[in-house]
Design a protein around this ligand. Structure first.
Ligand code: ADP
Length: 577
């Protein structure tokens, strides 16, 4: 319980005035809830003794109407405030979580699955919010009712009777809490299984087209059913635990009633209490049931929330390996970038993907990178995006290690067109403007022209305002590539990286784009990874990457004079034409 409060202390500090107000509301509600039984008991005794008058009857009826009404109004105010606070807390927790996710590096995203990250910000976060909001009610109201009821029972009716009938309740409560505490480990396992199931559903939704194309629906559904079965199985354990406690507790509670009746009747016979008092007393015993169960439920909610707080906090405590320092340097342009003996291994791989890479990018140059698929071309060039730290060796920008610069500044130097195109569910122009939301209309036109996307616009129903379906379903592969190129170009970046971004366009379109780039980006740096040699043959420097190692470098003419992969592939490509 402390754990939750420590984690949301900042929120309570911000909202303390309202919490104090809510506290008093709850105390008032608990008091008002208990008064009718006392009034009724008194009334019965007056009726039995024959002392009832019209005035006292009217007062009694008035009290019995007014008290529940007041309780209802106060509860309404309380529930409203509690919901507002709950929403506010959920919003802030969610915001902190998302802010943090944006700070995380690629290693983090390789460690945590998407489904897991989603379930932490939905399921777990809901559990935290519920516990945090119901906690106040649970503790103040329920404990309030329990304590005030016991006090009224003890002081105004009989301490002896109270002791006999109520002492048994804590025993029941302790057993109940013990069972629920043991349930915790199953809840934890269940959370993990649930995250796994979310991941599977996500994967299927994302991969629906492929699943359908290969008629794999049945296999996929089988996987889903397995995940659902596992989820139900783990949930069953939890429900079983709950089933254990309910009857057990009710038996103990029934015993309490029995003792109150038996001993209460004995006290009436001995004229120690009146009939009205016993009726009030038994009503109070009845009223204790719900708060006692609630208190226990709240403990169980807190248990669940403790697991959720840990899961939520684990993400918030994660520190990205790639992060800024307080003295990180700004950079807005560069003269030269040097890769010195750079080796890189993905965090969960055994072997490095690129090894001992040495080369320089001089501002204004166009660099071509070629090589077999899987050679490490993307990995090599993505080092400039600061997704990971290099495993060994160093990248220098103007003689300063790349990690001494602000991460976002380095990323801002680059306009990267990835192999896999991510299109958002927005209009085409809005998708392009992701590259530079502040771009002017003429910049948009220019980017569209250079990317050779202009000719596609007239085929789109609403031109540039056409909505792109989820994951870009309304555009062809080539159109998506060109849109992505326009997105990078609208940024007018110092370094444009085309990572195999011309693979889905025909030779003529490729020629157009390369021609436009030559014109519009003269004096700027371009790095082109390509399979077709036509895209890179005018580059100032071409690197051939094989199995993570640079095996050849030079201009197109120089490379054709050497024996090696470049010449072999070039001959193959021109003979195939
Ligand atoms: P290329 O661009 O030359 O086709 P890549 O750089 O994409 O090559 O991939 C090089 C190797 O690195 C491949 O074996 C690929 O499986 C591996 N690889 C790529 N991305 C990751 C990743 N995120 N984690 C682990 N291995 C990866």
């Amino acid at each position: 319980m402390k754990n939750i409060y420590v984690k949301i202390k900042w929120f309570i500090k911000e909202e303390w005035k309202l919490y104090v107000f809510m506290f008093f509301l709850l105390v008032s509600i608990s008091l008002i809830s208990l008064l009718p039984a006392r009034v009724l008991g008194g009334a019965i005794d007056t009726i039995i003794s024959g002392g009832i008058t019209n005035t006292s009857l009217a007062t009694l009826v008035g009290a019995l109407i007014l008290l529940p009404l007041t309780r209802y109004l106060l509860s309404m105010v309380y529930n409203y405030l509690m919901n507002v606070e709950g929403q506010k807390l959920a919003y802030k927790l969610r915001k902190n979580y998302l802010d943090h996710l944006f700070k995380m590096d690629s290693k983090f995203y390789e460690t945590y699955k998407k489904g897991d990250l989603i379930s932490r910000v939905t399921n777990d976060l809901d559990a935290i919010t519920t516990a945090a909001t119901s906690l106040l009610e649970g503790i103040v109201f329920n404990f309030g009712v329990i304590i005030i009821a016991i006090l009224i029972m003890g002081t105004t009716i009989s301490w002896e009777l109270t002791l006999v009938s109520v002492t048994i309740m804590p025993i029941g409560l302790t057993i109940l809490n013990k069972i629920r505490y043991n349930k915790r480990k199953y809840t934890k396992i269940h959370r993990e299984i649930y995250a796994d199931m979310t991941e599977k559903v996500l994967e299927s939704v994302e991969g629906m087209k492929v699943i359908r194309a290969y008629v794999q629906e049945e296999n996929d559904l089988k996987k889903q059913y397995e995940a659902i079965d596992k989820d139900i199985e783990s949930w069953r354990y939890i429900v079983n635990y709950e089933n254990w406690f309910n009857p057990l507790f009710e038996i103990i509670y029934g015993l309490s009633y029995f003792l109150a009746f038996a001993y209460g009747t004995y006290l009436i016979i001995n004229q120690a209490i009146t009939v009205g008092e016993l009726i009030t007393f038994v009503s109070y015993i009845g009223m204790l049931l719900s708060p006692i169960i609630s208190v226990s439920t709240i403990f169980s909610q807190i248990n669940n929330a403790t697991i959720s707080v840990d899961r939520y906090d684990e993400i918030l405590q994660a520190i990205p390996e790639v992060h800024d320092e307080s003295d990180s340097l700004p950079i807005i342009k560069f003269n030269q970038i040097d890769f010195i003996n750079v080796t890189f291994k993905y965090p969960f791989d055994k072997m490095p993907v690129i090894k001992n890479i040495d080369f320089s990018i001089i501002n204004g140059q166009t660099i071509g990178i070629v090589g077999p698929t899987g050679a490490g071309k993307s990995t090599l060039i993505r080092q400039l995006l600061r997704e990971f730290n290099t495993t060994s060796g160093e990248i220098f920008i103007d003689n300063v290690p790349i990690h001494d610069y602000k991460i976002n500044d380095v990323r801002n130097l680059v306009g990267y067109v990835p192999q896999e195109h991510m299109l958002f569910k927005k209009a085409v122009d809005e998708n392009i403007l992701v590259g530079n939301p502040r771009a002017r209309l003429e910049d948009l036109d220019k980017a569209v022209k250079i990317a050779d996307f202009e000719k596609d616009i007239m085929y789109l129903t609403d031109g540039l305002h056409t909505m792109v379906g989820e994951a870009g379903t309304t555009l062809s592969g080539g159109q998506k590539q060109r849109l992505s190129i326009a997105r990078a170009l609208i940024k007018d970046p110092q370094i444009l990286i085309l990572d195999d971004s011309l693979s889905a366009v025909d030779a003529k379109t490729e020629e157009n784009i390369i021609g436009h780039l030559k014109e519009s980006r003269s004096g700027k740096t371009n790095i082109i990874i390509a399979h077709r040699f036509s895209a890179i043959q005018d580059a100032d420097q071409i690197l051939v990457l094989e199995k993570g190692v640079i095996t050849q470098r030079g201009t197109h003419t120089e490379l054709l004079k050497q024996e090696g992969w470049y010449k072999q592939q070039y001959i193959q490509q021109i003979t195939m034409k």
